[in-house]
Design a protein around this ligand. Structure first.
Ligand code: CUA
Length: 308
């Protein structure tokens, strides 16, 4: 497997061009170094006063050493243009984006406009169907970067941009915010889950469903606490009266693999720890420490775990 492990035709094309440039650079370096060493040896001074004969105005040599570098640079220029065009075809302005990605300090809001789905930090896309993604920022400058997909672009407030994500490999690819955006920049990670086409449809359908009303007693208490405490001031749960869009949408939070933009794996213990001490786990995050009682923590965790 090539060193970059590209997972999309865009990444593969860029990696191939990069490899070609490196190989060409090695050939040029070896050729120039070899010639210098050869000439130093071939025309070395053998005895005192033995000066080599200078060469002036050798037309053939001058044409060659001008034309070869120009040819190499022109070749790289054309190959780069072709690759840029292949990786970033024009994005039609009238077309609705498949995904809208909004960067926040310090998490990712993910919207599927056609399906009316909102989620966070776990971007699902189908393999084999290029997805037009619109990228926005809700606050400061962030930068979307997923190395194995070779996609990287700044997300600037007030200036939405678009790019294509065209993965052709099913799998999980991690990315990160690549522009310093404040204290928790390092924990602004994103997970890109590339599903098969049927797998993606199933995931989207599951995300479209509203939250089911909890049945167990502790989860029902937790549900009331969620609305009564300040959770509902920031977080939405579709299918309930809680519709605030300040923090991540929690309709299917239990189905997500991680908490707080990959800060913690999503387990009961971690969820409890996060609710109890968000200011310790991700100190500058906007998730407040509500100083919850143990019993309330248990009920809230029980409720949030029903949101699958
Ligand atoms: Cu967002 Cu760094």
């Amino acid at each position: 497997m090539p060193p970059f492990m590209p997972a999309s035709h865009q990444a593969r094309g860029i990696a191939e061009l990069f490899t070609f440039v490196i190989v060409l650079s090695i050939v040029v370096f070896a050729t120039v170094t070899g010639l210098v060493l050869f000439i130093a040896w071939r025309f070395r001074r053998r005895e005192i006063g033995d000066e080599p004969r200078p060469v002036f105005g050798h037309r053939t040599i001058e044409i060659v050493w001008t034309a070869v570098p120009i040819g190499i640079v022109a070749l790289l220029f054309v190959l780069t243009l072709i690759q840029m065009r292949a990786a970033d075809p024009p994005t039609p302005s009238g077309r609705t984006p498949d995904v809208v990605l909004v960067a926040h300090q310090w998490w990712w809001e993910i919207r599927y406009p056609a399906a009316h789905v909102v989620t966070a930090n776990d971007l699902h896309i189908p393999a084999g169907t290029p997805q037009l993604v619109e990228l926005r920022s809700a606050d400061v400058i962030h930068d979307f970067w997923v190395p194995r997909l070779s996609r990287k672009i700044d997300m600037t407030p007030g200036r939405p941009v678009r790019l294509w994500l065209a993965p052709d490999t099913v799998g999980t690819f991690f990315g990160a915010c690549a522009e310093f955006c404040g204290a928790e920049h390092a924990w602004m990670r994103i997970r890109v889950t590339v599903d098969s086409a049927p797998g993606f449809r199933a995931w989207l359908a599951a995300q479209q469903a509203p939250a089911l009303a909890p049945l167990a007693d502790d989860a029902r208490v937790g549900s009331s606490l969620f609305s009564a405490l300040t959770c509902a001031n920031c977080h939405a749960v579709a299918g309930t009266a809680d519709t605030a869009q300040v923090g991540p949408d929690l309709t299917h939070v239990a189905s997500r693999p991680a908490l707080a933009a990959e800060r913690l794996p999503n387990t009961s213990e971690n969820l409890r720890a996060w609710l109890a001490q968000p200011d310790v786990i991700k100190p500058a995050s906007h998730m407040p420490n509500l100083h919850l009682r143990d019993a309330d923590l248990n009920d809230l965790v029980a409720y949030l775990e029903t949101l699958r």
